[in-house]
Design a protein around this ligand. Structure first.
Ligand code: G4P
Length: 529
């Protein structure tokens, strides 16, 4: 292992931003890219319109390259760090991909709207991060607007998500009365300038009692409140503990306003210092260390039709160890076949070139003629495989059938391929007599995508009939209990790998079954332990 290799790997910070739609993820991402020099942004205090413009310029270039990868991975250099931001589609694009992308991240930034607090989609994404035990950093956004009290938000984080928080900074005022944030570590005030928010004046102080704070803020009751709150935090709040942060049990929390670019750079600096470099991963032959020179990686996402003209597919590979070199030969472990990685793409916001070299922590895109499946391992030497990629509970279900029985073969091929890509989950009814295929998706838009792609790519028309379920639970238990369970339960299905799954219409139904069969274990994803 050379020193420069180790340095390269350690400089990688690969993370995802998790949030509920409208919390400001696009805005925050744009600001981060701007600091990384990955997009141009005219002026300093320009609003969203300009940011959008800059981003669309960039998308135009992506289009010219023939692919649009803006929604997948964004990569840039900042100081000595090599930052990879994994996008987690939120709005209509919300899908299982969103969950799976989190398996490629080494940490997550949880973005919360100060007025709305912890919202539904954040909870779902948080749970996946929790499952992996990755560190989670919190950015509480939109302090330029009136929102919930900081303590209330901290309590909400704990009550709803079960995570304790350590505020790295603390706001003085909010909304029209927003004055500053106080950086607890660096003991300094960052002043919010209402007329020119991204022009941040920083004032070094001796601590929260420093009279300079009174002079600067010039609002006795706000300063009094600030001092009381900081005292409460110091006395009764959690201590800063990097071990707890690293294990995802304590989240460092930052307050700011993404749109005004206030607090974003401070967040970025602290985040990059604390967030982990590429972490070791489990395989069936033990832990794989990112600093191991043997190249390895796993496919976490397959995106089809990035270029509609060519109908190509790209498999996204998270490099887990070693160095990737263009043209290298690897072992495609599931197929037991050698594979030459000839024309990979890296999702550089800056140089947008085919990648020649990439390191553990990076994401590369591989053109996929149908050779990849979600969860596939590629390795230079050896034949180990990374832990299986879990399936997550779909929330919408349809019975699916081909309209023209003569097209049965193409239909089977199509849904098989789309299942491998991870676009849909396919279930079969448990009772063989009336075998029916059921498609499950996380975001309802996927049904349209499915219909469209089957028609466009496989020339098949399908009939989709909505089913009333909202939850899938993978179940396990000993043989006797399972027999009793399967005898009495309706709505049993098998997943692609023949694992037993039960579908529920609502929470009440699910809880009733759980109460009735306490010995059966119900899992929200296919990681049955
Ligand atoms: P998303 O990707 O998480 O869905 O959120 P996005 O960044 O698109 O932001 C959602 C809305 O919240 C946008 O307003 C955006 O301008 C606003 N926003 C983001 N950060 C802040 C902030 O720090 N303070 C305030 N006050 N607003 C913020 P919009 O009206 O939907 O769009 P636009 O008309 O501003 O473009």
């Amino acid at each position: 292992m050379t020193i420069s290799f180790e340095k390269e790997v350690k400089s990688r910070k690969t993370f995802a931003i998790i949030s509920h739609p409208d919390a400001g993820k696009t805005t925050l991402t744009e600001k981060l890219l701007y600091f990384g020099g990955a997009i141009r942004e005219a002026g300093t205090v320009k609003g969203r319109k300009n940011s959008k413009h800059a981003l669309s310029d960039w998308m135009e270039i992506e289009k010219q390259r023939g692919i649009s990868v803006t929604s997948s991975v964004m990569e840039f250099q900042y100081k000595d760090y090599h930052v990879n931001i994994l996008d987690t589609p939120g709005h209509e694009d919300f899908s299982e991909d969103t969950y799976r992308t989190l398996t490629a991240a080494d940490s997550a930034t949880m973005l919360i709207d100060v007025a709305k607090g912890v919202e539904a989609q954040t909870i779902k994404l948080f749970k996946v991060c929790r499952m992996r035990g990755i560190p989670i950093f919190t950015f509480i956004n939109k302090l330029d607007r009136q929102g919930k009290e900081p303590f209330e938000l901290m309590e909400e984080l704990e009550a709803v998500l079960g995570i304790r928080s350590y505020p790295m900074n603390w706001p003085i005022g909010m909304g029209l009365n927003f004055k500053a944030v106080y950086d607890r570590h660096n003991k300094r005030l960052e002043l919010y300038n209402h007329k020119n928010p991204s022009k941040v004046d920083i004032i070094q102080v001796n601590g929260p009692l420093d009279p300079v704070i009174d002079e600067t803020i010039n609002d006795d009751s706000l300063v009094k409140q600030f001092r009381e709150e900081i005292e409460l935090l110091d006395v009764a709040g959690d201590q800063f503990d990097l071990d707890l942060i690293n294990s995802g049990q304590l989240t460092p929390a930052f307050f700011g306003s993404a749109i005004s670019n206030f607090g974003v750079q401070t967040f970025l600096n602290h985040f990059l210092e604390m967030a982990p470099s590429p972490v070791p991963r489990n395989s069936n032959e033990g832990i794989v260390n990112p600093l191991d020179s043997n190249f390895s990686g796993f496919v976490f996402k397959i995106q089809a039709n990035m270029n509609p003209a060519h109908r190509d597919r790209i498999a996204f590979l998270r490099i887990t160890s070693g160095i990737f070199k263009k043209g290298m030969n690897v072992n495609h472990v599931r197929l037991g076949k050698p594979l030459r990685l000839a024309q990979p793409t890296q999702f550089l916001a800056q140089s947008r070139n085919n990648v020649e070299e990439a390191y553990a922590g990076d994401i590369i895109g591989l053109f996929d003629p149908g050779t990849f499946r979600i969860g596939d391992t590629l390795v230079e030497n050896g034949s180990f495989e990374f832990d299986e990629m879990p399936h997550f509970s779909p929330e919408h279900f349809c019975a699916i059938a081909v309209k023209d029985a003569l097209k049965h073969k193409s239909f089977e091929k199509g849904i098989h391929q789309l299942t491998e890509e991870g676009a849909i989950q396919l279930f079969k009814t448990y009772q063989k007599v009336v075998e029916q295929q059921i498609v499950g998706v996380v975001g309802v838009l996927q049904f349209e995508v499915l219909e469209h792609r089957l028609k466009a790519e496989y020339k098949v028309d399908v009939r989709l009939e909505r089913l009333p379920f909202s939850y899938a639970r993978w179940v396990s238990g000993d043989k006797k209990d399972l027999e009793a369970f399967t005898r009495t339960q309706r709505n049993l299905v098998k997943d692609r790998d023949d694992r037993l799954v039960v579908l529920f219409e609502n929470d009440y139904q699910m809880r009733t079954a759980q109460d009735k069969y306490p010995k059966i274990k119900f899992f929200e994803n296919s990681f049955i332990k």
